[in-house]
Ligand binder design. Structure first.
Ligand SMILES: NC(=O)c1ccc[n+]([C@@H]2O[C@H](COP(=O)([O-])OP(=O)(O)OC[C@H]3O[C@@H](n4cnc5c(N)ncnc54)[C@H](OP(=O)(O)O)[C@@H]3O)[C@@H](O)[C@H]2O)c1
Length: 291
């Protein structure tokens, strides 16, 4: 079996090494401290703790340091002289491409594989990783080998254009992190209205139903409410009420920015008149720009 060595065996690195240990022989596992490297080896159940000062050859290298350390770790690997033509070096950052590795190729194939998965709990991730989508880009040999390996551990690899990968990553951040911002902002508005949500959260069924409608069809079918109906007077009343909460300017900003994104969806539906949508857009845009 080909050998996989890993520089940066933290949450993601040690989980992937464990999962790939049925497909590959695990070679060196390298963290900053010897103690941390050994703990990762224990978790993986294979490999040996190594150090950047004593690198041994391997067919595939996973660089899973935090993003800021990827280029330097790749460079250190290159300068160690252990890389040979035909080797593969990859990282798992969502926002960086294979070109984060700046070292001269010399027959080494470079790639990135970004799993859309949270590795916060590696023991759980070992069980739940199968079914995770993974964005893969880079040099053809590396893309082919890594796609096949990730397929073998149950992932769903898909190709992505390295030049546009950062947009893909912004999409995952919006879908995951900013969804939390939206839910929390809705929650704060609910509390400000005086509705208590300590026992049953009255927004929860609405949120789940909306998600189900979106994934069962599309935005055009799922959008309801004042912007879908072209009800500019309700939008104006919302904005006036939000304006009366000057301590929380972010409420207005979120309402206006996301309302603006709803206008073209409403236009596609065709229920609201063009005039009402124009009024709504002007109200929301004026609000965002503070005029
Ligand atoms: N966590 C996720 O859910 C997730 C999801 C998708 C993609 N990713 C990507 O996966 C990569 C790793 O993220 P992570 O969350 O696994 O990070 P992490 O848990 O912080 O682990 C980073 C590891 O890198 C080691 N390290 C740092 N600098 C090093 C260096 N110069 N030489 C050798 N080892 C070094 C650390 O060793 P010490 O223990 O000795 O400090 C640590 O074990 C990042 O590119 C991230 O964007 C993460």
């Amino acid at each position: 079996m080909p050998t996989l060595s890993c520089i940066g065996a933290g949450l993601l690195g040690k989980t992937l090494c464990h999962l790939l240990s049925h497909q590959l022989t695990i070679g060196q596992v390298i963290n900053r401290s010897a103690n941390s490297s050994q703990q990762a080896v224990d978790f993986i159940g294979a490999g040996s703790a190594g150090s950047l000062d004593n690198l041994l050859p391997a067919d595939i290298w996973l660089i899973a340091t935090p993003d800021d350390g990827i280029a330097a770790a790749g460079q250190a690997l290159f300068e160690s002289g252990v890389l040979e033509a035909g080797n593969i070096v990859f990282h798992c950052s969502g926002s960086l491409g294979a070109n984060a590795f700046q070292f001269a190729s010399q027959g080494v194939s470079r790639a990135s594989v970004h799993p859309i998965h949270s590795f916060a709990n590696p023991s759980q991730s070992i069980q739940s990783f199968a079914g995770s989508h993974c964005a893969v880009e880079g040099e053809p040999q590396a893309v082919e080998v890594l796609s096949s390996l990730f397929n073998a551990i149950g992932a769903l690899p898909f190709d992505i254009d390295g030049d546009r990968k950062v947009l893909y990553h912004a999409s995952t951040v919006m879908a995951c992190n900013y969804l939390i911002s939206l839910l929390e902002t809705s929650q704060q508005l609910l509390s400000a209205s005086g509705v208590s949500s300590t026992e049953a959260n009255p927004l929860e069924p609405l949120i789940r139903q909306t998600m189900d409608n979106f994934f069962a069809s599309d935005a055009k079918s799922a959008l309801t409410g004042p912007i879908a109906r072209g009800d500019d007077k309700t939008v104006a009343r919302h904005l006036a009420a939000l304006e009366a909460e000057p301590d929380r300017p972010v409420w207005q900003q979120v309402y206006s920015a996301l309302g603006n994104a709803a206008v073209p969806i409403s236009a596609q539906q065709g229920q609201a008149s063009a005039e009402s949508l124009e009024i709504i857009q002007k109200l929301l845009t004026a609000n965002i720009s503070g005029h």
